[in-house]
Design a protein around this ligand. Structure first.
Ligand code: GTP
Ligand code: MG
Length: 177
């Protein structure tokens, strides 16, 4: 029989890492080189299918604003979230540090069992890479040892590479009945 489940997903991360671009690639399959910085937060929905288990998973997506002045709003969006994408830009090491800070905050404040994906965006800019993929893997392994359900993926909202995989893998990690 056909199964259906609905989950709340939040995107967190420094301004300009490409959170909105990843969401728009996933929801509308478009990319904008001149995307405007998000004000407050944006809400979008999109579904993925998991043919292996004959399921459709619908995401209610909260795309938060990364600018510092909106930081206090974040708990409103990650509270009750079933999944979080903590996004950094592979060409910006401080954005990776910020993504780690979000994971720490989620670990303390978010729902138990939240599925977290640490997302390295702008993978098309390999020549400008500042964040070493092995260091990311090591960090994620460390977290798994602490009992946090985290995995990591790289993607490019610009080319589209890896974007659908992120949402599909999050869906697979969630409890679809
Ligand atoms: P805030 O809303 O301020 O938190 O930023 P954001 O994280 O939503 O970033 P946004 O999606 O607005 O993207 C910021 C800039 O990065 C835009 O100019 C995008 O065109 C660009 N960008 C986003 N994703 C990619 C990518 O995968 N590759 C490249 N080369 N540029 C990207
Ligand atoms: Mg945005």
């Amino acid at each position: 029989s056909q199964r259906f489940a609905q989950f709340k997903l939040v995107l967190l991360g420094e301004s300009a890492v490409g959170k909105s671009s990843v969401v728009h690639r996933f929801v509308k399959n478009t990319f904008d080189n001149m995307r405007e910085s998000t004000i407050g937060a944006a809400f979008l929905t999109q579904s993925v299918t998991l043919p292996e288990i004959n399921a459709t998973v619908k995401f209610e997506i909260w795309d938060t604003a990364g600018q510092e002045r909106y930081k206090s709003l974040a708990p409103m969006y990650y509270r009750n979230a079933h999944a979080a994408l903590c996004v950094y830009d592979i060409t910006n090491s401080s954005s990776f540090q910020k993504a780690q800070n979000w994971i720490k905050e989620l670990k303390k404040q978010a729902s138990e069992g939240i599925v977290i994906c640490l997302v390295g965006n702008k993978a098309d800019l390999e020549d400008e890479r500042q964040v070493d993929a092995n260091a990311v893997t090591a960090y994620v392994e460390e977290l798994s040892g602490e009992g946090i359900q985290v995995f990591t993926e790289e993607c490019s909202a610009k080319s589209g590479e890896g974007v659908l995989e992120i949402f599909t893998n999050v869906a697979k990690a969630l409890p679809v009945e």
